[in-house]
Design a protein around this ligand. Structure first.
Ligand code: FES
Length: 117
């Protein structure tokens, strides 16, 4: 079922917004290019709200001291131990097949954001 969660402009300043739909905690995030995604707002590690974390670009590297920024991959970083989740897929960067958060379909109609739950 589709739920109205906010206006598109509500996501412009912080880039994210915590909402509750049918008692499910969900975070709605806006990428730097303007797409909107929705993820379960619970870190699978110890359970804090991911919405209290930072939106950032992914950073990887094969060796200590090597930092490769992936501007096309944005992440939501857990505020407690910094696990990072791809905002498009909900998959963690360190173990994408096993550690992930649920994602929800988002639609935008007339500048209003809807999440399918
Ligand atoms: S509680 Fe989220 S990374 Fe530990």
């Amino acid at each position: 079922m589709k739920h109205l969660v906010c206006k598109y402009d509500d996501l412009k300043s912080e880039g994210k917004k915590a909402v509750s739909i049918d008692r499910k905690a969900i975070v709605v995030v806006r990428s730097t290019s303007g797409e909107v995604y929705a993820l379960r707002d619970v870190c699978p590690h110890k359970g804090p709200c991911l919405s209290a974390g930072m939106l950032d670009v992914s950073c990887t590297g094969d060796t200590v001291g090597e930092y490769i920024f992936e501007k096309d991959k944005e992440v939501l970083r857990c505020p407690w131990h910094s696990w990072e989740f791809d905002i498009k897929t909900g998959r963690s960067l360190f173990d994408p097949d096993k550690v992930k958060v649920k994602t929800y379909e988002v639609t935008i109609e007339n500048d209003m954001v809807f999440v399918e739950v």
